[in-house]
Ligand binder design. Structure first.
Ligand code: AHR
Length: 662
């Protein structure tokens, strides 16, 4: 919790910063700028499209804990994605068992019973009884990189059992190998480090018991040592870097529909996702696969900190997902409410999250965070409650209970409410009515529309009430990843800057998608096991986020026509002193913008121009990643000039001033 002393220090710091900004502003301009929310552009991570397991979470083994089940996905079971192998004509038995597991949250494990070890296999030279896992359609391993292999094992027979663990090519060539003896009667963690002798894009992990006996195995894991910031249990470097490069001001997680889940038994409970990975509670992912929770709340908060983004966890409003009844064809129960007599416990979970994130290491939940390796608080400021739920009496009752409890115990936290899945309609109206009544600080709007909608709705927020509930535009995208979609989004984003006194935060959705495993086809970053590819929409997000100012200036840029395909903004970044112009042309022909910088006293002539331009139907994809990418060049700026923006383009001009700070 924030102490009064820290609060006073914060206030002093804020006054100093404000004074500094006012000095910079008045030194630079006669114009009156409008303050922009400092957290305007962020990202939204949802575990959809295999974004977590098999995606951002760097674990290479699929179903490492033998917890897959037919409720995750038709046909899946605890042995899915594993093969039973008996090289050298060995024989024995394999079974999935549940008595005395490592932890009751992680009930299934494997028992290998080796009866006879045969002759050496003619390809691998191996013999014994075991299992192999090819991860998420093959593991990518690189020569020279280290891989941490680990598992939990238990000796069940009278004698110890040796296992050979190896990384192999699909043809059985051994790239790295180690032997470990399992000699403990209780569960014990065993580990080894592998250094593959060559790179392979479709490797597998092979674990073989090589002498007669009986052993239990669980949590069989292969993790690259090279993760983002080298965090253990960390994130895939390339994807994490691509997100970090956006320099998001915040990150919302872990969903989306995933959060409120398929029925109340499936709603996301953050407490199940922290602590040692072998003790976390796994569950069905409502998007049709499995969540190991290896990427859990601790990892999400840490990632936010690592990339300088404020954490924005979303917790369910104690109701399940309205769409799970069929809208997204994901089966399920639709919106159901948690029984009222379970609400006290539920509300306590919400309050405990705040203590876990912000409490001192001496508090009950702060101590759990500290034990995980983070004694300092995570400085949580925002919590989302609910995700585009139907605003039913059942929802309202529960939302009010949660909101009142948080506001009473933690007035310093901004609770973000929800106003349905569309830009208008019944839930939207009811959600806003509730927000007005409760005087919510912020609500979460969502909309996915055609590019034309974004072009013709650029004035949406101009007429919103000022000094009232602010908007977090938590999910938006135009349907597609073509240039026309990205440029329509860019046009709309200039209106978010213009209205950043109403729209405090905005995030495109969804963020990640594994090619071939998507449930939602319009996404910001596509990846496979080998690489990640930015979409044109990604570049738009990145250009806005890395060129976000803190003051907006009207009437600096005007378009030559009243065409809705031309949009622009002018902002100042008072930290650097830079003036930033954004000009968007979503039309089929070149468009002219008139720029008047005369009100800025200290601009320099040398500026940097970055342009994103492409055919309306062009797309960047994993197989063709470089169709439309931003190109930077130097640009000579006069106090007044005309700029001709090519068809389907976004231009960002960053102008240095004499007040440049760095
Ligand atoms: O972003 C994909 C889905 O769209 C989210 O899970 C949900 O909130 C919205 O309907």
């Amino acid at each position: 919790m924030i102490s009064p002393k820290r609060l006073r220090m914060r206030k002093v710091l804020l006054t100093v910063i404000t004074l500094f900004i006012v000095t910079v502003l008045s030194a630079q301009t006669n114009l009156k700028g409008k303050k922009i929310s400092p957290d305007l552009f962020g990202v939204f991570f949802e575990d959809i499209n295999y974004s977590a397991d098999g995606g951002l979470y760097a674990e290479l083994v699929q179903n490492r804990s033998f917890e897959y089940s037919p409720t995750d996905h038709a046909g899946w079971n605890p042995f899915s994605f594993w093969d039973y192998i008996t090289p050298g004509f060995s024989y024995g038995k394999i079974s999935v068992e549940t008595s005395s597991p490592i932890n009751s949250n992680n009930p299934h494990y494997i028992v290998l019973d080796v009866e006879n070890v045969g002759h050496e296999d003619k390809y691998t030279g191996q013999s014994g009884v075991g299992l192999q896992n090819a991860g998420y359609e093959g593991m990518v391993v690189r020569e020279g990189d280290k891989y941490n292999f680990s598992f939990f094992g238990r000796q069940l027979s009278g004698n110890p059992v040796s296992i050979s663990a190896s990384i192999q090519t699909p043809g059985g060539k051994i790239l790295a190998e180690d032997t470990i003896s399992i000699s403990s009667q209780g569960w014990e963690k065993y580990s080894a480090t592998f250094l593959p002798t060559e790179s392979n894009d479709s490797a597998r992990l092979v674990v073989i018991a090589t002498n007669s006996g009986r052993i239990a195995l669980d949590m069989i894991s292969l993790f690259p040592e090279k993760t983002f910031k080298n965090r253990p249990n960390g994130l895939r470097q390339d994807i994490a870097l691509m997100i970090a490069d956006v320099k998001p001001k915040f990150m919302r997680f872990p969903g989306g529909c995933l959060v409120h889940g398929d029925g109340i038994g499936n709603i996301y409970r953050w407490k199940n996702t922290i602590g040692p990975v072998e003790e976390r509670k796994e569950q069905k992912n409502l998007w049709g696969y499995h969540q190991t929770a290896g990427l859990g709340f601790y990892e999400y908060f840490l990632f936010c900190e690592d990339i300088g983004a404020k954490p924005l966890p979303v917790l369910p409003a104690a109701v399940s997902c309205q769409n799970s009844g069929g809208t997204w064809r994901i089966g399920g129960t639709g919106q159901r409410s948690l029984p009222i007599d379970e609400m006290d416990e539920y509300i306590q979970d919400v309050l405990d999250l705040i203590e876990w994130a912000n409490g001192p290491a001496t508090s009950k939940w702060g101590a759990i965070r500290a034990a995980a390796g983070h004694p300092e608080p995570f400085n949580l400021e925002y919590i989302g409650i609910g995700n585009e739920d139907r605003i039913t009496p059942g929802f309202e009752e529960r939302f009010r209970m949660i909101f009142n409890a948080v506001k009473t115990s933690h007035p310093e936290i901004t609770v973000i409410g929800t106003v349905g899945p569309f830009h208008s309609g019944d839930d939207f109206d009811k959600g806003w009515k509730l927000a007005d009544e409760l005087k919510l600080q912020m609500v979460d709007e969502h909309y996915y529309c055609q590019p034309d909608w974004f072009l013709t709705n650029g004035h949406r927020y101009d007429s919103y009430k000022r000094n009232s509930t602010r908007v977090y535009l938590g999910e938006y995208a135009s349907w597609g990843n073509k240039t026309r979609n990205a440029i329509a989004e860019a046009a709309f984003m200039t209106s978010l800057e213009r209205n950043a006194d109403v729209v405090s935060m905005a995030s495109y959705a969804p963020l990640l998608a594994k090619a071939g495993f998507t449930q939602w086809k319009t996404d910001m970053i596509f990846f496979n096991n080998i690489k990640a590819c930015a979409t044109i929409n990604y570049y738009v997000q990145k250009l806005f986020s890395t060129n976000q100012g803190d003051y907006y200036f009207d009437r600096v840029i005007s378009a030559g026509t009243n065409d809705t395909t031309l949009a622009s903004s002018c902002v100042m970044d008072s930290k650097t002193g830079d003036i930033i112009l954004k000009m968007v042309n979503a039309g089929a022909n070149a468009g002219i913008f008139k720029v008047n910088l005369a009100g800025f006293k200290t601009i320099l002539h040398d500026a940097e121009k970055t342009m994103l331009e492409g055919d309306a139907d062009a797309e960047d994809s994993l197989s063709d990643p470089l169709n439309v990418v931003p190109v930077s060049s130097s640009f000579y700026v006069n106090p007044k000039f005309e700029y001709t923006a090519p068809a389907m383009s976004l231009t960002v001009i960053r102008i240095k001033t004499k007040n440049r700070v760095n």
